[in-house]
Write a protein that binds this ligand. Sequence first.
Ligand SMILES: [Fe+2]
Ligand SMILES: [Fe+2]
Length: 244
Amino acid sequence: MKEYARITIDDVKRSDEAAALIDMQSRYLETLGYTEHGVRHVGYVSKTTANILRETGADERTVELGEIAGWLHDVGNSLSRTYHGLTGGALAYGMLVRIGMDPAEAAHVANAISNHEEETGVAGDALSSALILADKSDAHRSRINKKNYDEFDIHDRVNMSIKKNYLVVDRSKDVIRLVIIMDSTSAPMEYLQIYLARMVMCEKAATRLGYTFELVINGVLINHHKRSRGKLTLRSTEDVLSQD
Ligand SMILES: [Fe+2]
Ligand SMILES: [Fe+2]
């Protein structure tokens, strides 16, 4: 059986191929007017994916693979925005094997990358679930490209309005909570217009990890999941107008 080196995030960061693809994805999406997709974004996703995996009980090697998947997750954008999850998985697999990663681990990372976008992605395990939650939680005013800021663009407005956002893993309640604080530059309705499919994806990803996903915007729980305890009873002022 062939022995493979334990490839780490530092090995991946030293790779010329990874640096070239991340530089291309960043410059291409900036040209198209997208929010920031460079080392700030992939650095955030890398750290956050690892943190989610660690907090939810993954083994140390899976945490390391999460760091790598986060760093490389958007490299498909160096080719095209469309289907960049799938193309990114293919690019990352080849790159990781070339720098000496065990092909089984490279395939695991590639699978997570291929399934991080709502176009085609379905979380199959903890690694891909954590990557989805980390990536979709990165909306913030620091992602706006200041040269191209357009107040008539809903993505720019929503990102500009987000003053603070953070992800919490609450192990005592089995809840993963995304907390967003927006100002009046935009509104929760606009956030949901562009993020609804991604938030539904986060719900499924959290479920895959054995958690419930909560989205809290400006102190309000948007996706109410509290299960009713016991039998529901009517108040004295309530009458049922329909019966099944
Ligand atoms: Fe992406
Ligand atoms: Fe991303």
